[in-house]
Design a protein around this ligand. Sequence first.
Ligand SMILES: [Fe+2]
Ligand SMILES: [Fe+2]
Length: 172
Amino acid sequence: MQKLGYPERTVELTRIAGYLHDIGNCVNRVDHAHSGAILAFDILKDMGMPVEERTEIMMAIGNHDEKTGTAVNDISAAIILADKSDVHRDRVANQNLSTFDIHDRVNYAVTNSNLSLDAKERKIRLELTIDTEICPVLDYFEIFMDRTMMSKYAAKYLQIWFELVINGTKLL
Ligand SMILES: [Fe+2]
Ligand SMILES: [Fe+2]
């Protein structure tokens, strides 16, 4: 957001939304975007944040899940791009390979993940290295197709072009 020239306060609100975006998981994984949005709204109210600002954050958190949300404001678009690009081996808490589900396997197969923004060209690029011995690229799409499309739309919302490069091949 900084690189795109947003005001410092918007950058700060985006940081806060990013920090709080998954807070709803303390209620339940199901509908965590919605419960989290309401929780954050209350917490930020108690902390004295003006209603206009905490509404922006509530909207961003409430729309970050690919099943129910989409980019609805600039902050939400930034949160989506960051959150949906968060795929990496480090995310896998399960250490037992024999009990991996497809999510574990796909994340585990991603040995390198890099999201980079070219603000001048208005391009954002997600580059992944997937170990195809662990999982075929198609498995990645089986899980991440919705998230990829959500990222593409979020980028469009910010008038940025979204690119996806997997193992050196530009797929989007
Ligand atoms: Fe989430
Ligand atoms: Fe998240």
